[in-house]
Design a protein around this ligand. Structure first.
Ligand code: EPU
Length: 419
């Protein structure tokens, strides 16, 4: 197993490119299951979660090539509608195959993804919405067994709670359904918009893209001819590197990003005392005179992303005063707290709220627990006194392309070593 060794008290400088968004590429890849032709997806990040989904598509009978961040995928020989446990257990986002498999084959079996470190993460809203479109759903031996022998039928679906992958599953299912499906209280995340644009560019009539109400004219079972698509820049990767600049109080520039998608993150950094300068598709962060404490509450887009909560917690350890972070989306997304405390952070937890008093961090051996928690530990290591070892970095490899290469390019002293 690999671990990272990171020297603290770092000063960063220079610029790096932001990769394509993992959470946008995953639904785009799942949507290829709706296609009758070969599909090309560009700007796909070379990370483990993407490779896992490609392996799952291969098990279903797809052929693909993945070179230079471009995926070409051929679905002519799709011959299975069963997403098996061995692959799904590696990545919850495999549930994204449920909607398109059911829409394409009229039946499918997808292993239940199970809980994960950040919470229980049920899929009840995905299942309820598919049932409202006429699917019959049973849970058998850990699998979602779904069937709609006469095809999925349009309906008006109101999501009780905003769900990103739930919205994506239903958008894909509705694209092949009979009639016009209305989806209300849909997630507005840029990744959902990227999926809608993929389908709309390929002839699916979707009204309301980017809003929380969508109207989708289904094709009544006809497969789509999907046009090539570009994955949007990864706003969470960009936000993580902005925090790297901020926590080391350095000037760095990020290229190939979409600043619009980062509005809530940029606003928080500005409130904390950092100045940021936007150029066309790049963004520079400048050091703060004093790092102010923050008051953060996670929310659905365009609110402050839960996927940036851990990184901001690391940053708050360097603030001049007491910060408060409220995690509103996931019940157990504070696994990084115990590790940050091992590095000397002064953090108190009470329910879904964390209070962080700024101070110094010291190096330690720390353990990554989930993807974003891992990146928070890397950020903390950059500013700690001494050399920190971050173990179990397979979590990082799931979602950050070439993390240590990018940090090295910014001047960090970081090494990937074997346990
Ligand atoms: N929820 C339900 N029932 C459902 C679905 C969701 O109760 O059927 C609840 C969840 O338990 C949670 C809330 O609704 O409390 C929101 O969950 P959501 O379904 O939106 O999360 P997700 O679709 O499983 C995606 C991202 C996550 C990101 C969340 C929130 C992908 C592949 N994953 O997950 O990304 O944290 O949205 O923005 O898009 C990550 O990249 O590290 C990551 C965890």
């Amino acid at each position: 197993m690999d671990y990272l060794e990171i020297k603290g008290n770092a000063k960063l400088q220079g610029s790096i490119n932001i990769s394509g968004a993992k959470n946008a590429a995953l639904p785009l890849l799942a949507a290829t299951l709706l296609s009758k032709n070969d599909v090309q997806i560009n700007n796909v990040p070379n990370v483990e979660d993407i490779k896992t989904l490609l392996t799952l598509l291969e098990h279903l009978g797809a052929n693909y090539s993945f070179k230079n961040n471009a995926v070409s995928i051929n679905l002519a020989n799709l011959n299975s509608a069963c997403a098996n446990y061995d692959i799904v257990r590696k990545m919850r986002a495999s549930i994204l195959t449920l909607g398109p498999l059911l829409a394409r084959f009229g039946q499918c079996e997808v292993s239940m993804p199970g809980g994960c470190a950040i919470g229980q993460r049920p899929i009840n809203l995905h299942l309820k919405a598919l049932e409202q479109m006429g699917a019959k759903i049973d849970i058998k031996q850990g699998y979602v067994v779904a069937s709609a022998p006469d095809g999925l039928k349009a309906n008006t679906i109101v999501f009780d709670k905003i769900t990103v992958t739930g919205s994506e599953n239903l958008i894909m299912a509705a694209s092949l359904a009979k009639g016009t499906t209305k989806l209300l209280n849909v997630a507005k995340e840029p990744e959902v918009v990227n999926l809608c644009q993929f389908l709309a560019n390929s002839g699916v009539n979707i009204k309301g893209i980017g809003t929380d109400e969508l109207e989708i004219d289904g094709t009544n079972g006809d497969l789509l001819e999907l046009e090539p698509i570009e994955v949007i820049p990864d706003r969470i990767e960009a936000g993580t590197y902005l925090c790297a600049g901020a926590i080391t109080n350095s000037q760095i520039t990020l290229k190939n990003l979409c600043t619009e998608h980062l509005a809530s993150v940029i606003a928080k950094l500005e409130k904390m005392g950092f100045s940021l300068e936007k150029q066309e598709s790049s963004l520079t962060i400048f050091p703060a005179k004093i790092i102010n404490p923050a008051d953060i509450e996670t929310a659905e887009y365009p609110g402050f992303p839960t996927d940036m909560q851990a990184q901001f917690m690391a940053l708050c350890t360097q603030a001049n005063g007491v910060s408060v972070i409220d995690e509103r989306l996931f019940e157990n997304r504070f696994m990084h707290v115990a590790e940050l405390i091992r590095m000397g952070a002064n953090i108190k937890l009470s329910g879904h709220s964390a209070t962080i008093e700024g101070g110094f961090l010291n190096s330690a051996d720390v353990m990554a627990t989930d993807l974003r928690a891992s990146s928070a530990l890397v950020l903390a290591a950059l500013v700690a006194n001494g050399t920190t070892k971050v173990h179990r970095i397979y979590h990082l490899d799931r979602g950050y392309e070439n993390l240590e290469g990018k940090l090295l390019a910014l001047g960090a002293d970081i090494k990937r070593l074997k346990e």
